[in-house]
Write a protein that binds this ligand. Structure first.
Ligand SMILES: Nc1ncnc2c1ncn2[C@@H]1O[C@H](COP(=O)(O)OP(=O)(O)OP(=O)(O)O)[C@@H](O)[C@H]1O
Length: 147
């Protein structure tokens, strides 16, 4: 675990910085809730999304470290980048690039989301998946297709 922490030390972000950016986890800064818990937005050097682990949502410690290990190795324009993490004072928080256009599912339900935009979303998702499927240039293949 010590060697692991050393490898990812450069991604560590202090809790105090996150508290300042989220006005101490003010509900007004919440932009969503997922399998990990609440997601907040806030400004560090740019706008970011903070996923704050809440054990009652089911995902736990091992998922937290797995996400850091896997996502920090992948950079692609069709994938949201993991920018950092915080493991301090009993808090576990993942920090991601902020997706300013919001969730794709919201766009897909919208009647103003045109077919050409839907097609582009499909292509972009496929390109992102293909990158994760390809083990060339990355350390490990994340996805395998099953037919
Ligand atoms: N990087 C981000 N930028 C902007 N909004 C985000 C970001 N990440 C999450 N969100 C918002 O928070 C919501 C919950 O996200 P989250 O990824 O935790 O949900 P999820 O799809 O259940 O994933 P998981 O179960 O893997 O945690 C999303 O639907 C989205 O609205």
């Amino acid at each position: 675990m010590d060697a692991f922490l050393e490898e990812f030390q450069h991604l560590r972000i202090h809790l105090q910085e996150i508290k300042s950016a989220t006005d101490n986890f003010d509900d007004k800064k919440v932009i969503g809730t997922g399998g990990f818990g609440k997601v907040y937005q806030g400004e560090l050097s740019s706008m970011v999304a903070f996923k704050r682990l809440d054990n009652k949502f089911g995902q736990g410690n091992s998922e937290f470290w797995r996400e850091i290990m896997m996502l920090s190795r992948y950079t692609h324009e069709n994938l949201i980048s993991l920018l950092g993490f915080c493991d301090e004072d009993g808090e576990k928080i993942l920090i991601y690039e902020h997706a300013s256009n919001g969730s794709l599912d919201r766009h897909l339900r919208s009647t103003t989301f045109m077919w050409i935009q839907r097609l582009k979303a499909c292509l972009d998702a496929a390109i992102g998946l293909s990158y994760l499927h390809d083990d060339k240039g990355t350390q490990q293949r994340v996805l395998c297709w099953k037919f």
